[in-house]
Design a protein around this ligand. Sequence first.
Ligand SMILES: *[C@@H]1O[C@H](CO)[C@@H](O)[C@H](O)[C@H]1NC(C)=O
Length: 174
Amino acid sequence: MINKVAVLLVVLLFIIAALASDPDPVMGFCIAKSPDNSFSCKNSSTATVEDFTYSGIKSPGNFKQTGFSSMAVNSNVFPGLNTLGVSFVRADFGVGGVNVPHFHPRATEVAFVLEGKIYSGFVDTNNKVFAKVLEKGEVMVFPRGLVHFQMNVGDRPATILGSFDSQNPGLMRS
Ligand SMILES: *[C@@H]1O[C@H](CO)[C@@H](O)[C@H](O)[C@H]1NC(C)=O
């Protein structure tokens, strides 16, 4: 009995988490105080342009065994995003590189192919797959909470930029 209640609670929490999204901002900006990144704001009189810029994704990150590298630019690494409801990710693929199936519980993602050819898709709640090869300059949207994947099917390295409607979209492997 207790086990069943616990399972139900976990499922409910999961559903609530999956439906969560960022609240609207109540002020112009609120640069999170480093390093705690809580909702306490840095004194806005001391803000500079450096609080609103980020230089950490000029080049790819470390590649995993799947030939894939991703660098999330969320409010944890870029405190200026705090309360603004947006973030993004740079992802790089070696030839044949794969971004394995995963989902973001708190955000829809719009992915733009900067370079290369990416087989890209998601699965809806009826297990229907929506997938195609995207060329450089093309965009695909992955609805919030739905499992998606990407693979470099070109003969050169590929790069995408993903944008999220959450300052901290979360990442769950399916
Ligand atoms: C914020 O910074 C300004 C300028 O340095 C200072 O005058 C003000 O007292 C500070 N406010 C708070 C709440 O610390």
